[in-house]
Design a protein around this ligand. Sequence first.
Ligand code: FES
Length: 282
Amino acid sequence: MRLLAAELIEGREILPGQFLQTYDAPHLTSARAGQFVHVRTPDYTGLVLRRPFSLNTVDRASGTITIHFRVTGKGTEWLARSRAGERLEMLGPLGRPFEVDPRSQHLLLVAGGLGIAGVRLLVDEAIAAGRAVTLLFGAARAADVYPSALLPDEVEYVVATDDGSLGHHGPVTELVPDYEAWADQLFACGPFAMLRTLAHQAAGRDARLGVARLGRRRGGRTPAPGTARARRRAWLQVALEQHMGCAVGACLGCVVWGTAGPVRVCREGPVFAAGEIAWEPA
Ligand code: FES
């Protein structure tokens, strides 16, 4: 983790109110999928707080990273208006990444809306490792659907919209049962309600498919919760989106309830095995 300046190379609006920006930030290109950066603008008059952004893509050859964000307030408004050459403070890479089981060849990714930014880097990592990737994307309407042109050709991309204007008519989670026998692991980012539905689906998956499917026997001791091994052995991993103050574990502003007590999304997460999160209110 390092705090260094990053220079904006280019930015554009890719969806209504959503921007994709490329930064020269070699210190962040060691990041793994699921990790994030904490960004502070150079406007110290009214924008002193940093904002967290998923590392959307990284390019080690060019030393660049991208972030994908929606304009939701003054900080993101400022970012959206910034021009090439602008320099920001970026602290990162932060947080714990997704962990892919080395035996997993078929990865199912589910993204709801801006949650695509949380899993987008995993697409690149998985394809580079020779894995097959299916990405299920959910949006309210066709106008909000992530452009397929921003994805590698190797990905199977399936869309669901709430209003039926493109792809499956209904929640993206309704698509998951069609893939749960094919997928070795599922990785998701999006609204909490979507992740909760996926967690419930995942809990019943072994019973539906049979736990002793060829190649998926996972013997040995149960790994300790919160470890990379626990995430690697989970069928479903989720990246939680949460407001953050410090992003380094000090302010407790990002705490959510886990099954073993409170957890900080910035330190113990943002990626968790689904079984580590208390999905229902106590
Ligand atoms: S944002 Fe401060 S503890 Fe997580």
